[in-house]
Design a protein around this ligand. Structure first.
Ligand code: 5AD
Ligand code: SF4
Length: 464
């Protein structure tokens, strides 16, 4: 079977999954298949799944159930599932979702063309879940993007007691700097202006396997693999913005702070999950830092980059979290004044150490704690955004605003959304400056945009 297919991909989960879906799409496009914006037009539908919380899995399972049922009207529809849930459920998938054509764990996305071929020759269903290093050399993108992701580090060697990721994404493995630089070159040539380097614990880049040749010379004298990579990527032509995510306090070294401060394309923005402000809970979570160490990491970054926006993740209702522990988290968040925070209710995940402990914070209490932190964070986000009113910020234009097509939106270097009135010649991907005249917790607003004459040079840090 070799006819061309129309495919559609549903994506749940994090930025890694977004990138994996794009990789899957890139591989299928290379084979001549076509991507459809909606599933009704598709004869191949892939669901890319997340296992981090049961809710994410339930959504994907619900979607897959509906797709398999829709085969009654469309018997030739091919349905596949990829991602973290495949690695977690393994053979159970066939029982839960009879009729599925293929299932690929997150390390096996690059095998999609070959597996699809097998399915179309009647050799399905196929399951690929062996633990292996992902094939990292050929990582196509789909094109037409302003902002893109590059995977630099697969898997995770940390052992946070609540987290399923090390189990489903395997041990850490870093791609070589040469591969990453090549991929970035291609993206920049295709018009990408904002590159985010991805890794579960991205600051561990190059710590478990060598990524630089021994004779590599860092012009600025960096010794650590990530600062060296940022330096090399910053030197590529047309690199406008660089980011990396997610961070860990132990990786916020003086050298990384220096790299962030000195290299113009590296944005003043870091996602640095805190999870809890209580040292007792941090220890039970096996996070590998205390609140004091987290504070020191933030101080180091803010000293080097006074404008840095720091965002975070928090888990409420971890086993044994008392009202006192929770109050410490709320106080710590007030002290840190994060630019944004994602708050999650603890959810026990199979085969994680914490799943063996009593899930003893009642759901109602988890909900209340979640709500309290959301309300507090809304206040902090509003305060941090209001501080930017009166300043003129560099904005990367992403296109007409979703809510009101007469206004356009873009992102600051700190990754905040800016909504503004466009001038005639504005285009997606332009770097402009926008004076900010008002703010909400969610966005910044500017009346007019001026085209930045320096936009195509490696622009400086955010201007005030
Ligand atoms: N329950 C709730 N939240 C979780 N996260 C990870 N595992 C769990 C879990 N078992 C959250 C963490 C992480 C984010 C991606 O998801 O805050 O940083
Ligand atoms: Fe991403 Fe973790 Fe969800 Fe996998 S389980 S998709 S790594 S958030």
């Amino acid at each position: 079977m070799s006819g061309k297919l129309i495919f559609h991909i549903h994506t749940y989960g994090c930025q890694m999954n977004e990138r994996d879906s794009e990789l899957a799409a890139g591989l299928l496009l290379e084979q001549g298949h076509q991507q459809a914006d909606n599933e009704q037009d598709a004869d191949l539908i892939i669901v890319n799944t997340c296992s981090v919380r049961a809710k994410a899995e339930d959504k994907a399972l619900g979607k897959l159930g509906l797709l398999l049922a829709s085969r009654r009207q469309k018997p030739d529809l091919i349905v596949g599932v990829v991602g973290c849930m495949v690695q977690r459920m393994q053979q159970d998938l066939w029982r839960t979702l009879p009729g599925l054509d293929f299932a690929l764990g997150p390390q096996h996305i690059t095998r999609l063309p070959e597996v699809l071929q097998r399915v179309r020759c009647g050799e399905g269903p196929c399951l690929e879940i062996d633990e292996c290093r992902p094939e990292s050399r050929h990582q196509p993108h789909t094109g037409g993007k302003i902002a893109a992701f590059i995977n630099i580090l697969y898997g995770c060697n940390r052992r946070c007691s609540y987290c399923i990721v090390p189990r489903v994404r395997g041990p850490e493995f870093s791609r070589t700097a040469a591969e990453i630089i090549e991929e970035a070159r291609g993206l920049l040539a295709s018009g990408v202006r904002d590159i985010t380097l991805l890794g579960q614990s991205v600051m561990s880049y190059g710590r478990s396997n060598p990524v630089w040749p021994l004779d590599h010379h860092s012009p600025r004298g960096f010794h650590e693999p990530l600062p060296r990579l940022l330096e090399a990527l910053s030197a590529l032509p047309r690199t406008a913005r660089l980011r990396f995510t997610s961070g860990h306090p132990s990786g916020c070294t003086a050298e990384l702070a220096r790299a962030m401060a000195e290299l113009p394309p590296v944005c003043e923005h870091l996602h640095l999950p805190l999870q809890s402000g209580s040292d007792r809970i941090l220890k039970l979570m096996r996070r590998g830092y205390t609140s004091k160490e987290y504070r020191q990491a933030v101080r180091r970054l803010r000293e080097a980059l006074p404008d840095i926006a720091i965002t975070t993740d928090i888990i409420v209702g971890f086993p044994g979290e008392t009202a006192g522990d929770f109050a410490m988290t709320a106080d710590f968040m007030a002290e840190m004044q994060f630019d944004n925070a994602f708050i999650f209710k603890y959810n026990p995940r199979p085969d994680t150490p914490a799943a063996a402990w009593p899930d003893d914070v009642p759901d109602e209490e988890k909900m209340q704690r979640n709500q309290l932190l959301l309300t507090a964070q809304n206040r902090h986000s509003l305060e941090s955004n209001r501080c930017l009113v009166g300043r003129t910020l560099e904005v990367l234009v992403t296109g007409p605003s979703r809510r009101n097509a007469a206004r356009w939106s873009g992102r600051t270097r700190t990754n905040k959304i800016v909504v503004f009135s466009p001038r005639e010649h504005i285009q997606r991907g332009d770097l402009i400056t926008v004076p900010i005249d008002s703010a909400t917790a969610q966005a910044l607003y500017g009346p007019q945009a001026r085209v930045d004459p320096d936009a195509d040079r490696n622009s400086g840090k955010e201007k005030s």
